[in-house]
Design a protein around this ligand. Structure first.
Ligand code: AP5
Ligand code: ZN
Length: 216
């Protein structure tokens, strides 16, 4: 099954993607995670991407599409995958469709995780991410047992550089119209479903599974 999660920054794409991909036993592919890993490893691509990410801007399409396609070509994607944060505009969506068509594949379902913008700022500024396994926590809504380390792997929790308030506002501004256009693109293809992302985490997962015609 090929699934795509859409939504504004902070909508809960990463949180839900991990849960759903684990449940379905398919790889979770996040271009944001791939860029952050490349930046941490100080590769040329990573350093280039970092300049955009720090400002809350999108990494140029050519670089992003190249990175995503390279990841999708790996053997573990043959039986399906879940995309989070890619595509992020119609140019990337068309490139993905072309790539999938060349492999006789297509997207089964696109889930738009809709959350009121006033909630997003609070979610992102309160987010803490595990530097080891990448799981997200929230200082209020999903606190770790120990303030500074991950419940699962005990690695240190970090506050993402692009989760500072001014950068969050810029990310929301940049992504708003792009997300709306993408939703329109997939609505026209009749594969879009919208879920209420403001519910508690488990309820959102259940709604996503229902949209995939899978009962939890
Ligand atoms: P990326 O890492 O993809 O960031 P994003 O899209 O801005 O999304 P986030 O990761 O911030 O939010 P999320 O929706 O995953 O929310 P989460 O589950 O963590 O991209 C980062 C950057 O990389 C981009 O700005 C860009 O520069 C570049 N990039 C990436 N892809 C690109 C592309 N395709 N093209 C060009 N550039 C690209 O949840 C947020 C918080 O809320 C957490 O603390 C969580 O615990 C909490 N939470 C989640 N769900 C709930 C809930 N239901 N109730 C209460 N709290 C919740
Ligand atoms: Zn961890």
């Amino acid at each position: 099954m090929i699934i795509l999660l859409l939504g504004l920054p902070g909508a809960g794409k990463g949180t839900q993607a991990k849960r759903i991909a684990d449940y379905l036993r398919i790889p979770h592919i996040s271009t944001g995670d791939l860029f952050r890993k490349a930046a941490q490893e100080r590769t040329e691509l990573g350093l280039q991407a970092r300049e955009y990410m720090e400002k809350g801007e999108l990494v140029p399409d050519g670089v992003t599409i190249g990175l995503a396609v390279k990841r999708l070509a790996r053997a573990d994607c043959e039986k399906g995958f879940l995309l989070d944060g890619f595509p992020r505009n119609v140019i990337q969506a068309e490139a993905l469709d072309q790539y999938l068509a060349s492999r006789f594949m297509r997207i089964d379902r696109v889930i738009d995780v809709a959350v009121d913008e006033t909630l997003l700022l609070e979610r992102l500024t309160g987010r803490r991410v595990c530097s080891g396994c990448g799981v997200s926590y929230h200082t209020i809504h999903q606190p770790p047992k120990n303030a500074d380390c991950c419940d699962l792997c005990e690695a240190r929790l970090i506050h993402r550089e692009d989760d500072q308030e001014s950068t969050v506002l810029e990310r929301l501004r940049i992504n708003k119209d792009l997300t709306d256009s993408l939703a329109g693109y997939y609505k026209a293809a009749e594969i879009l479903r919208t879920v209420d992302g403001s519910q508690e985490i488990g309820a959102v997962s259940n709604e996503i599974l229902e949209c995939l015609d899978i009962r939890s």
